[in-house]
Design a protein around this ligand. Structure first.
Ligand SMILES: Nc1ncnc2c1ncn2[C@@H]1O[C@H](COP(=O)(O)OP(=O)(O)O)[C@@H](O)[C@H]1O
Ligand SMILES: [Mg+2]
Length: 270
């Protein structure tokens, strides 16, 4: 059996919109995008803001707005994902950590958000949920809160707890580390690596290349809704000699810590 969990082929996403004077137009922010993730693997998606990272995640989870038109194929465990089967997989086999907590149900208590997809008895679900809360440093009483009552850090912990349910095989984390301090960042990255080491597939969406290089197996660089290059994470080293595309190399060399290499790569000081 193939150990491929997710395969996205030639994905395009267009939006039917109305502009000034109610003029109808179609924008296509995602064009011919292809990615895949195997069991035990972290694929990092890096790219500037607006490059289409969240749209890809939303297309996989089938939570795009109604005016979105999707072409191409998304399959999970070699079966095409469609409106009929994604519903049953969401939260049971595929976990989504959204970029914005607005994707959590604002009317559902935190303990129940974590519980979604636990197919056990009520009592067993409660025990599992409490064990998860303890693991993630949340108090028992935190479960009684609603999402708006939690701090950003607590919310992230709740979201991570939703991923460790039995049965979860693919995790899609959309920018789980914005603006967090180093210690919290290290914890989130370690957690994602642990998930992968347990055999899950992880899509880590981020604009932090350094974090991606630290934990990912592959890095896919997005620009304007297309992937410029997908390379093993260890190709992002030195002057980026093993990277195929100049754009990817420039992105790597543009990092502040590569300032010295940048000069060398441009022939200065060599
Ligand atoms: N509902 C929408 N209607 C029209 N355009 C959209 C919609 N959602 C996103 N876009 C456009 O798609 C592009 C990619 O968005 P997004 O995937 O959110 O970027 P990223 O997550 O990489 O910052 C952006 O240019 C954005 O304006
Ligand atoms: Mg985004």
């Amino acid at each position: 059996m193939s150990d491929r969990l997710l395969c996205v082929r030639d994905l395009s996403i267009s939006f039917s919109q109305y502009g000034k004077g109610l003029k109808h137009f179609v924008s296509t922010p995602i064009k011919s995008l292809s990615v895949e993730i195997k069991k035990g693997e972290i694929l990092a998606i890096v790219g500037a803001s607006g490059s289409g990272k969240s749209l890809l995640a939303h297309a996989i989870m089938d939570i795009l707005p109604p005016n979105a038109m999707v072409k191409g194929e998304i399959s999970y465990k070699e079966k095409v994902l469609d409106k009929k089967n994604i519903g049953a997989l969401r939260g049971t086999e595929i976990a989504f950590i959204p970029q914005s907590v607005n994707y959590l149900d604002p009317f559902m208590k935190v303990k129940n958000q974590v519980g979604i997809g636990l197919h056990e008895t009520k009592e067993r679900n409660r025990q599992l949920q409490e064990a998860l809360f303890e693991k993630y440093g949340l108090k028992k009483t935190d479960g009684e809160l609603y999402p708006y009552q939690l701090s950003g850090g607590m919310l992230r912990r709740v979201l991570f707890a939703t991923c460790v349910k039995q049965g979860i095989q693919l995790i899609i984390a959309d920018e789980p580390t914005p603006g967090i301090h180093k210690e919290a960042l290290d914890m989130v990255l370690k957690q994602l690596r642990d998930f992968a080491d347990q055999g899950m597939g992880v899509m880590l969406i981020t604009h932090d290349i350094i974090s991606a290089v630290r934990i990912a197996d592959y890095i896919s660089v997005f620009k304007d809704g297309a992937n410029i290059e997908t390379a093993p994470a260890n190709f992002f080293e030195g002057k980026g000699e093993r990277l195929k595309e100049q754009y990817t190399r420039n992105l790597w060399l543009a990092l502040p810590q590569n300032e010295f290499l940048r000069g060398e790569a441009n022939g200065i000081g060599s």
